[in-house]
Design a protein around this ligand. Structure first.
Ligand SMILES: C[S@@+](CC[C@H](N)C(=O)[O-])C[C@H]1O[C@@H](n2cnc3c(N)ncnc32)[C@H](O)[C@@H]1O
Length: 292
């Protein structure tokens, strides 16, 4: 029955296009060119055309022909694994919605986890880099997901010293928002000064802080990640804001450091245990000793 209807529809369609009329041929050519342009546009910017603010650069931007492989790998992985990412669907959706509106973009993710293939796949054509505290965990993860890009980070902090690091920030001039750079900043112990050049040389459009671990005293805690994300956002040269996402804000250190460095005035969304900040670049007039 269905087949018959389709056939009839096709026949009806053929009747509508009269190829002998020059105006119909012109219309058809315009339609084909328009369709081809749309395909070209969407294969360059999978989610939107706002690539003006957010564009993949030279390193790690995969050739577009390879991009779908990453997405297919991720579908296969999540369809066959019983291990779920820790963020809830509502929390993940906050970041996903931003990726859809600004991607493909430069996406820096603190921590390799069960969600890593997902974040990488949700930024097709962009650059996604993971910063991970445990080298062995990088090796393990990359065995099953070799397309991911991850750098090891040897943190200089311990969760048990979180209060001391806040005092250190207040007393150490090289931690102040206006003199602070990350590269080479050994005096400010909250500055991640041990990252690779590609981290410093890339303007990150989105920064996800869901690591390092911050749930036992000897763990590095997220103090340096939060401080350094604030510095990266303030030093942005590209137009637009930096989107910073912080998970586990139900914990004291995460919420205190977020209020000190990422600023409540820049908080645009709070969903369960995730906060989303939109942080503008610092201006020349902005010469306060404080971040907020
Ligand atoms: C705080 S967890 C967040 C994980 C992430 N949101 C997820 O859904 O998997 C991130 C850190 O936990 C550690 N980690 C996560 N899974 C691990 C595992 N299976 N074995 C060892 N370390 C792990 C890594 O150091 C990682 O940077």
């Amino acid at each position: 029955m269905m087949q018959k209807k389709t056939l009839n529809d096709n026949q009806h369609g053929r009747q509508l296009i009269n190829f002998e009329k020059p105006s119909c041929i012109a219309l058809l050519i315009v339609g084909l060119i328009g369709g081809a342009s749309l395909v070209a546009l969407f294969s360059r910017a999978p989610y939107s055309s706002s690539a003006l603010f957010c564009r993949g650069g030279a390193w790690q931007s995969r050739p577009l022909s390879k991009s779908p492989v990453t997405q297919l790998d991720a579908i296969l992985h999540y369809a066959t694994t019983s291990i779920m990412p820790q963020q809830s669907i509502d929390e993940i959706s906050v970041t996903f919605n931003v990726l859809k509106s600004v991607g493909p973009c430069n996406f820096l993710v603190f921590g390799l986890g069960h969600d890593s293939m997902m974040w990488d796949a949700l930024n097709p054509g962009g650059k996604t880099l993971f910063l991970e505290e445990t080298p062995d965990w990088i090796t393990t993860t990359l065995k099953s997901a070799p397309a991911l890009h991850a750098d090891a980070v040897a943190y200089r902090t311990k969760l048990s010293e979180a209060d001391d690091f806040l005092k250190h920030y207040r007393n150490e001039p090289s931690c102040r928002p206006n003199n602070s750079d990350l590269r080479g900043n050994s005096k400010c112990r909250l500055a991640l000064n041990m990252l690779t050049e590609k981290v410093y040389n890339t303007e990150w459009d989105l920064i996800m802080i869901d690591a390092p671990r911050g749930y036992f005293p000897e763990a590095p805690g997220r103090m340096a990640a939060i401080y350094s994300a604030a510095i990266m956002a303030r030093n942005r040269k590209k137009p637009g804001v930096t989107h910073v996402f912080l998970h586990d804000v139900d914990r004291q250190v995460e919420s205190t450091y977020a209020e000190t460095f990422l600023c409540k005035k820049y908080l645009v969304k709070a969903v369960e245990r995730l906060w989303h900040f939109e942080i503008p670049a610092a201006t020349k007039a902005d010469n306060s000793d404080y971040f907020c």
